[in-house]
Design a protein around this ligand. Sequence first.
Ligand SMILES: Cc1cc2nc3c(=O)[nH]c(=O)nc-3n(C[C@H](O)[C@H](O)[C@H](O)COP(=O)(O)OP(=O)(O)OC[C@H]3O[C@@H](n4cnc5c(N)ncnc54)[C@H](O)[C@@H]3O)c2cc1C
Ligand code: FES
Length: 281
Amino acid sequence: MVPVPRGSAALLPRPFRVVRTRRELPDVRTLELEPLDDAGPIRFQPGQFTMIYAFGIGEAAISISGDSVKPDVLVHTVRAVGPVTRAVFRAKRGDVLGIRGPYGEGWPIEVAAGRDIVVIAGGLGVAPLRPLVQAILTERARFRRVAVLVGARTPATLLYARELARWRGRFDLEVRATVDAADPAWNGEVGPITTLLARATFEPDQTAAFVCGPEVMMRFVAADLVHRGVPPSSIFLSMERNMKCAVGVCGHCQFGPAFVCKDGPVFPYSRIEGALRVREL
Ligand SMILES: Cc1cc2nc3c(=O)[nH]c(=O)nc-3n(C[C@H](O)[C@H](O)[C@H](O)COP(=O)(O)OP(=O)(O)OC[C@H]3O[C@@H](n4cnc5c(N)ncnc54)[C@H](O)[C@@H]3O)c2cc1C
Ligand code: FES
């Protein structure tokens, strides 16, 4: 039997007040939250998530999308898809939400030290990768070439477009974007995100890759990276499964023999390659 984690920090939501909201896309909003209790800020590793509780509605797992070296403000980016995320999306400055966490295993940034890095994000997958890129930039000298490759349906649905443009202005970062359908003003790539892998500069056997996006996209990207010579143990994917407890007890997030909440959400491809091939596992 799996032991239930002790202590209120593991299971009881803490009250957090919304201090700022930003509309990213028509259905996506970023919220900044501050704790109302005296338990202090949530310190987290890039890639970890919290459970957000919309009072009277329910909880959902949401990645932390803020900078891990500035934990005083908790940052989440949500897409309104169901009851909880719609309620969080609608939250205004001064509203109170419940937060528990952080949970899960984040991006293993240490394995990338001294190596090339490729960060690959599709759609809302940029949200959990943003703290990783911020952490890489904080200690930029520890890594070799860094490429950030982003895909979206259209130019208008490119998340964090302004921040991407800022990153693109740096000399120590290669930033590329692709869309499925362009408009006349678009001067990036058009096509699947694997198109960008062909253009990015990295030495495959000396590369760590961090990937988040729709599952089908991650399947293609991981296979493409392996084909190019990146070792499966150096490719890391962030998986999503429906969550309830988030602490490895209820079994809702089971993925093959692993629990996404406790063993993930970030997994090396070498560990989940078999399970990832099974649709809707
Ligand atoms: C680790 C992790 C990090 C996440 N990070 C974010 C984030 O940063 N931002 C964000 O917006 N979302 C994120 N999500 C997704 C979010 O938790 C889910 O979309 C959640 O189900 C939303 O709850 P809801 O009540 O709003 O919608 P729900 O009622 O749960 O439904 C949302 C939609 O997803 C479908 N759905 C829900 N659960 C499943 C399932 N198990 N299998 C198939 N389809 C399902 C529903 O049919 C519906 O279309 C994350 C999920 C995980 C596991
Ligand atoms: S959500 Fe309960 S075991 Fe993962």
